[in-house]
Ligand binder design. Structure first.
Ligand SMILES: [Zn+2]
Length: 295
């Protein structure tokens, strides 16, 4: 089978080489100068999605992956549910463990976070720490059937057509693990506002990682995931899917030997895409033609 073909007409150098760095710099700048304004998080995420969504419609790297309006609306509904559940989970974690752990940190004088460093340096420290934790959680999801099922991670892999919006197309159950890295870093180190900057940066990177655009992977792909690398993780072939676990950073895949750079033929969990109900039931029942679930 031929690899997933990227349309030649989308080979525009300014977008190919400039879009990802430009979005990342812009997002960090907008956040940095408006970090105290709560709505800025929604503004940034919606802005990134709109920009990538419009470009995907105008210059889709793979014509066959263009998501019709109905498909996009269903994914949007899944994303909204996921975001609402994630916000509730964050509040739950904060309620249950934030207080006792803050007291514990104070009791043992665990005050090692370098809060005197420039804020953007702290943001990148939190980002790579969180991505380190996520790398191992994500790898565990693909290694053990129990973790795969309980997190509903298969639902995220079940889509045959990827676009930027798929960054949030997760089973509601997955919210419990998706917020874990940021929660663990915050609870151990008490990093404060830098955690919010890292979360925005991470969500932006994850959006770019799923986008159906013709983007470059050189240079930027040493540290950060690109869509070329992450789409390989969405391959329907088990050995290809079990690589490139980083959804925002690729650094840890390079360090721990799971980084692979090669194109794929098809995305999804098997020959067919499960319907919405089957996706929802994935923690209980794997679709019959699923090929990438751990056994
Ligand atoms: Zn995965």
């Amino acid at each position: 089978m031929a690899e997933l073909e990227i349309a030649r007409s989308t080979d525009m150098p300014i977008l190919k080489y400039g879009l990802q760095p430009a979005i990342l710099v812009a997002v960090l700048a907008v956040w940095y100068f408006n970090a105290d304004f709560p709505a800025i998080y929604v503004v940034i995420l919606v802005g990134v999605q709109l920009l990538l969504g419009i470009l995907e419609h105008w210059l889709p790297a793979r014509q066959t992956w263009m998501q019709p309006a109905r498909e996009k609306l269903i994914i949007l509904a899944i994303v909204v549910v996921g975001v609402v559940v994630s916000v509730m989970v964050v509040a739950l974690y904060a309620d249950i463990v934030a207080g006792p752990l803050a007291e514990f940190r104070q009791a043992v004088h665990l005050d090692i976070w370098p809060s005197g460093l420039p804020l953007l340096v702290q943001v990148f420290m939190v980002f790579f720490l969180g991505e380190f934790i996520w790398y191992w959680i994500h790898r565990a999801e693909h290694r053990w059937q129990f973790v795969w099922r309980m997190s509903g991670h298969g639902a995220h892999h079940s889509f045959k057509h990827l676009g930027a919006i798929n960054f949030g197309a997760n089973h509601p159950m997955e919210s419990f693990v998706l917020v874990l890295p940021a929660a663990i870093v915050e609870l151990i180190f008490g990093v404060g506002i830098a955690a919010a900057g890292a979360a925005v940066f991470s969500a932006t990177q994850a959006s770019i990682a799923h986008t159906n655009l013709n983007l470059n992977s050189k240079w930027i792909g040493w540290l950060f995931t690109t869509n070329h690398y992450h789409i390989r993780h969405h391959s329907v072939v088990l050995e290809e899917s079990n690589t490139n676990y980083g959804c925002s950073a690729i650094l840890w895949d390079r360090v721990f030997g799971t980084f692979v750079d090669s194109p794929i033929v098809e995305a999804g969990i098997g020959p067919t895409e499960p319907n919405l109900w089957e996706k929802f039931l994935m923690p209980l029942r794997e679709p019959v033609d699923s090929e990438i679930a751990p056994s």
